[in-house]
Design a protein around this ligand. Sequence first.
Ligand code: AMP
Length: 429
Amino acid sequence: MTFEQLKLIPPILKALAKENYTQPTPIQEQAIPPVLAGRDLFGCAQTGTGKTAAFLLPIIQLLSAQQGRPSGKRVIRSLILTPTRELAIQISDNFKAYGRFLNLRSAVIVGGVSQKAQEQALEQGMDILIATPGRLIDLMNQGFADLRHVQILVLDEADRMLDMGFIHDMRRIIAKLPAKRQTLFFSATMPPEITSLVDSLLTNPMKIEITPVSSTAERIKQALYFVDKPNKLPLLIDLLQDKSIESALVFTRTKHGADRLVRGLTKAKITAQAIHGDKSQNARQAALNNFKQGVTRMLVATDIAARGIDIEELSHVINYNLPNIPETYVHRIGRTGRAGLSGIAISFCEYEEIPYLKDIEKLIKQKIPVIGDHPYPMTINESTPTAVSETRTSVTSSEDRVTRGPNRNDSAGRKGTFEGSGRRRKRRS
Ligand code: AMP
């Protein structure tokens, strides 16, 4: 299938050629025709599938086909709601690329930066507004954002917006939109709240499901290291002696954990920066740019901050902590396998994370290959008193919230996986 066959107009085809997109991804193939035909869409797809172009290309085409504007000033004809600033900026960058040969204007409205420029952009008018819900609500309450002309609404990463507590803001925003509109809804997972939101917002939607989470894991080479918590940093430093790991995105569970890890890596002369919700927008962007340009070797991120950041050709993902939500594991490692590239995902599992591992392996329907031969094998097991008395610190924000996994006794069944790894091997020099 080609983009021409999807009946995209020449200025868009030209822009895609400039981006070196030779053929549509599966979600683009399936989503573009119904969206061009005006249908609602429900896409179950995650970042990395090409979902942004799947909604932007038909939106650009539909809006540019409309002759004239209702008044002299541009009005917001499409609203794209997305959970994070990074994702909003990425969508905006993609829009600029795909719409470069057409006369459409967009603006980004996100928190964490001054409101002034956003007020001015709204004042001047735009065709497409890309926004995170919190700041948009603020501007709506102050009378700056007029959503009465919106024809196409996109809810991008809706599950993540729910996770981040945006549901009320989302509903308040949607209440201000015309009832007669086209709605495109994307979510990587399908918890019950998503199903009910889909039912309430979409009319006879075209449903598309891309890459069920379990199959993403099949393309990616995975490796698991059982290691005691205090030895994770030494193990990581040891692994990074391998120069073939030119760069890696490292996931920690908490913001504090991310900062701690950056300090540890820096001390070991491994360049690293963190990207998480406590960092200013500028600091996050700078960290991302440094990583993309190879100034830093490691980008350490929490899940929320990492969601949506677009890094091409990422070869390694390292799970410094295993996530407590198994789908998150698939999202994380899926970041290495973009645009047909295969990647390597390395995971560290401490004693307390064994239940998470169990959940992950159940979801991906495979056992992650264990690397038993390493310098810091796990020594804690269920007979070690510290293993059961250890508690996690309490936390303050969504990125730091830690949900305890299933009953720790579940780990008994995993014992065999790391049995025999109790001997210590001499550290590689
Ligand atoms: P997304 O899932 O929208 O975050 O897209 C993932 C990455 O794939 C982005 O870097 C896009 O620029 C890229 N991409 C999207 N569609 C295509 C395509 N048809 N061919 C090549 N790359 C693409």
